[in-house]
Design a binder for this molecule. Structure first.
Ligand code: SAM
Length: 445
């Protein structure tokens, strides 16, 4: 079969599998235009392995199909304007447009005039309407008649309490400016990041954030926005239940404590200590008090100020950490501080975007979702030809962001083996999850 015929058959087959998975879970088919959330949009929704993998492969095939049919010169020109989508989204988030469009008073057939919304926000009607139109063209909202706008399913995900907009708000408030300096930062052969060039600081980003409350708030909220919808899978795809009942899990650099909260909610036999910089204590307390007041009161989750460049004070526990935002030497220093506390039974779980380079396959790999079984532990399907192995859009986005903000990185499996080996640890296993994140399990050598 030709490349395009194969893509067409992957698209048809994965669509069929996706639909049958939805049917067996008694879920409706997906939609765009209806201004309601699909049950699978809930942050705590856990897709079956086959639903997860059919969606992943379908998305990859649709993206490649779009490349096949679009004139290459047009693709290049369109991509050159990609910052426009991010800036339009930032505007929508700033004014909470989606909340207004989803309001019960809005007739979703007719929509609301852009000019009425513009006047509510104190903006010029023509300018604002064109930003709205850009959003409608990308399916964040609908244009129902010229200059009138209504909500769709994506608009619903843009309204509180959904956390994803907080991740996108970070891009508008901080990341877009960083992106403009990435190219400049590459030919400075010393540790000078695009973020430092864009925002004019010399320290590491986290130290800079402590001096700037606006960016501190944007960044801290963005972490919750990024990780919030991953917790159901992170809980299901690692055998937390098998940890013994005296286990203390230390989440090092745990931020507002969303992951720790998911662990203590799902596994009553576990305790979590969330370690982070002292200034993160207040947001973490606020988070736990509003979501898990009883567990917080019981002391099964606690905050401990700790600098992870100092030796880890809690010996012989199970440890979680994220180190993708530190350059190599810092990663080695952090891991050594942690290693000093580990005993042979300790495990270090590093929750990051393991990167599988998007290598173009030379051999034919058929589309076989048969190997993904809903009754077994989650495993990823082999990516079929002609999709590049990997096909990881969000994972590679994170890697680029780590480069831009920290001159740090997401790692391939061999890079993980090598880094862990450099500090006298070994990789036990990489656990794939139904999110862009994997869990890299490490132990003492
Ligand atoms: C990638 S974020 C972690 C996000 C978090 N796991 C979550 O689920 O929201 C990195 C965290 O490392 C923390 N951090 C940065 N430098 C630190 C240090 N020297 N010691 C301890 N924590 C630090 C930051 O405050 C931030 O919360």
């Amino acid at each position: 079969m030709s490349e395009i015929q194969t893509l067409r058959s992957i698209i048809n087959d994965s669509l069929d599998i996706m639909q049958s998975e939805l049917n067996s879970a008694n879920l409706p088919e997906f939609w765009v235009s209806i201004p309601e959330a699909h049950p699978a949009d809930a942050p705590d929704f856990l897709p079956s392995p086959r639903l997860c993998e059919s969606r992943r492969i379908l998305l990859a095939a649709l993206r490649m199909m779009a490349t096949a049919i679009q004139p290459p010169s047009e693709k290049i020109i369109e991509a050159g304007w990609c910052h426009q989508e991010a800036s339009a989204l930032t505007t929508a988030i700033k004014y909470n447009v989606a909340q207004d469009l989803c309001d019960a008073s809005v007739d979703q057939e007719k929509g609301v005039e852009g000019a009425i919304l513009a006047s509510k926000y104190g903006l010029l009607p023509d300018e604002f309407t064109r930003v709205m139109r850009a959003l409608a063209a990308k399916h964040y909202i609908r244009e129902t008649s010229e200059g009138c706008f209504a909500a769709n399913r994506v608009s619903v995900a843009l309204t509180p309490p959904n956390a994803a907009p907080r991740a996108a708000a970070y891009n508008g408030g901080f990341g877009l400016a960083v992106a403009t300096r990435l190219t400049d930062s590459l030919d400075i052969h010393e540790h000078r990041t695009a973020a430092q060039l864009a925002h004019g600081y010399d320290t590491d980003l986290f130290t800079f954030l402590t001096t700037n409350s606006k960016y501190f708030n944007i960044f801290t909220a963005a972490m919750t926005g990024t990780y919030d919808a991953t917790h159901a899978s992170l809980m299901a795809d690692y055998p937390w239940a098998e940890l013994s009942s005296d286990t203390v899990v230390i989440d090092i650099g745990g931020g507002e404590g969303g992951l720790g909260m998911a662990i203590v909610k799902a596994f009553p036999h576990l305790k979590v200590i969330n370690q982070d910089r002292p200034e993160v204590q207040a947001p973490a307390y606020k988070n736990w008090q509003s979501h898990i007041p009883d567990i917080f009161e019981s002391g099964r989750i606690a905050f401990e100020p700790h600098n992870f460049f100092d030796p880890e004070p809690r010996k012989g526990a199970q440890y979680l950490c994220i180190i993708h935002d530190w350059p190599y030497d810092d990663c080695v220093a952090i891991l050594n501080c942690l290693k000093s506390a580990m005993v042979p039974s300790s495990r270090l779980l590093i929750i990051e975007n393991v990167v599988y380079p998007p290598v173009s396959p030379s051999a034919y790999v058929p589309f076989m979702l048969g190997s993904v079984n809903n009754r077994q532990a989650f495993k990823k399907a082999d990516t079929p030809w002609p999709l590049p192995n990997g096909s990881q859009v969000l994972e590679l986005t994170h890697d680029y962001e780590m480069l831009s903000n920290f001159k740090a990185k997401e790692r391939t499996p061999s890079e993980w083996r090598s880094l862990l080996g450099d500090v006298g640890m070994k990789m036990v296993k990489i656990w794939p999850t139904r999110t862009p994140f994997s869990i890299v399990e490490a132990a003492l050598e």
